[in-house]
Design a protein around this ligand. Structure first.
Ligand code: PLP
Length: 394
């Protein structure tokens, strides 16, 4: 394991100084600090599930899973069976929660990869149990309760009965009970009230399970927003995703008598490109498709080999900056599939092959998300497969 990280580290340094044309740098040291900051907030006795669905929110599921396992994460969360299989093939041993509903053909694979599926209805419980009996293999499951998100999960009033059905299946084991919050990242009073209602509903359902003489296993509800704003949602385990990747899903209200220090996290991902060409443009000439930008005076345009196919949203054309040599320069003209354009001005110190930060420490993916009218999740998830991930500082 140590040698593996050392090689990753060497590859990271190598690529960093080579200025590969367009790459994302994944700072594993920052991920670790974010993980420890979350642990420090929730308390040592509580567990952490690290969501690594969607290729670890674009950061590389296996790398994030490995460092999480080492850091003491209790389990990981994926959305598809294939995502779980990839982690097992990569040598991950801790439990992997399958948080979305798979289809029936995938059931044998759930057993092969030893995933722990969320179950929401009695059809799925039966289907899993039939396979378990066939294979004579025990399968842990988590009961998912819908308390107001109206996504997967059984209705709260059905939870105890469904838990009963699970425990009657000799090959199924109820190792956890969960819900998911719809607006835990909001400080709007109505949303806070809504989260409280969801949590009350969840607590009641868990109590009903216990009253029926059934152990609900590990009880968990909190996503990133709830880790920041709702301590009463932490139960036995939390499942913060975006927070561990370094974006604050919500801000603590400084006026309240909230008994916790504000959480500090650092963005793990940076997207960097290279000035591959500098072109002199005359006043009146327009740049890129649709001619949406015309030079008002003679200038220099840097061409960066990064476009919407790499994950730079086309909608931020003309609304974003690249950082080159510590200075911010505006993106101009339409962002193309593979290239974008930066206005350097007439007198510029920027030179061909200089590094250009598209997002990173100076202006991160959440600022880019704002410019694109979306959320940082969508920015990091959409960094496409062709952009190499370079792992730094383990
Ligand atoms: C994605 C996901 C999370 C993590 O959500 P964040 O907003 O990234 O913290 C937690 N639980 C479930 C069920 C999820 O699907």
């Amino acid at each position: 394991m140590k040698i593996y990280y050392f090689l990753l580290y060497l590859a990271g340094i190598f690529c960093y100084y080579l200025h590969m044309r367009t790459s994302v740098f994944i700072h594993l040291d920052r991920f670790l600090r974010n993980f420890n900051a979350v642990k420090a907030r929730i308390g040592k006795e509580k567990r952490v599930c690290v969501p690594v669905k969607a290729d670890g929110y674009g950061h590389g599921a296996l790398q994030i899973a490995k460092i999480s396992e080492e850091a003491g994460a209790f389990c990981l969360g994926v959305a598809t069976v294939d995502e779980g299989i990839e982690l097992r093939k990569g040598g991950i041993n801790i439990p992997i929660l399958l948080m979305s509903q798979p289809d029936p053909q995938e059931i044998p694979e759930i057993f092969k990869a030893s995933l722990t599926p969320f179950v929401s209805d009695s059809w799925f419980v039966n289907a899993l149990n039939e396979q378990a009996v066939l294979l004579k293999t025990r399968l842990p499951v988590h009961l998912k309760i819908d308390t107001g998100m109206c996504r997967t999960g059984c209705r709260a009033e059905e939870a105890a009965a469904l838990a009963g059905q699970i425990t009657k299946c000799t090959f199924l084991e109820l190792t956890g009970t969960a819900t998911h919050l719809a607006a835990a990242d909001s400080t709007d009073l109505k949303d806070i009230a809504c989260t409280r209602t969801q949590l009350t509903c969840f607590r009641d359902a868990v109590n009903a399970i216990r009253t029926a003489g059934i152990d609900p296993g590990i009880v968990h509800a909190a996503n990133s927003g709830a880790v920041i704003l709702h301590p009463d949602s932490w139960f036995d385990m939390v499942r913060p995703g975006i927070l561990l990747y370094g974006y604050k899903a919500a801000q603590e209200n400084e006026n309240s008598n909230f008994p916790y220090e504000p959480l500090t996290v650092e963005p793990v991902m940076e997207l960097k490109s290279t000035v591959v060409m500098i072109k002199k443009i005359k006043k009146g000439e327009s740049v890129s498709y649709g001619r949406i930008w015309t030079a008002e005076e003679d200038t220099n345009i840097a061409i960066l080999p990064a476009g919407y196919a790499d994950g730079l949203p086309r909608i931020v054309s003309g609304k974003w900056q690249a950082i080159i040599g510590g200075n911010a320069y505006p993106l101009v003209g339409r962002i193309c599939m593979d290239q974008c354009f930066v206005n350097l001005g007439i007198n510029t110190t920027v030179r061909r092959w200089d590094e250009a930060e598209i997002f990173g420490s100076s202006h991160d993916a959440s600022a880019l998300a704002e410019a694109a009218n979306t959320i940082p999740y969508e920015i990091t998830c959409n960094i496409s497969k062709r952009v190499p991930r370079i792992y730094m500082n383990k």
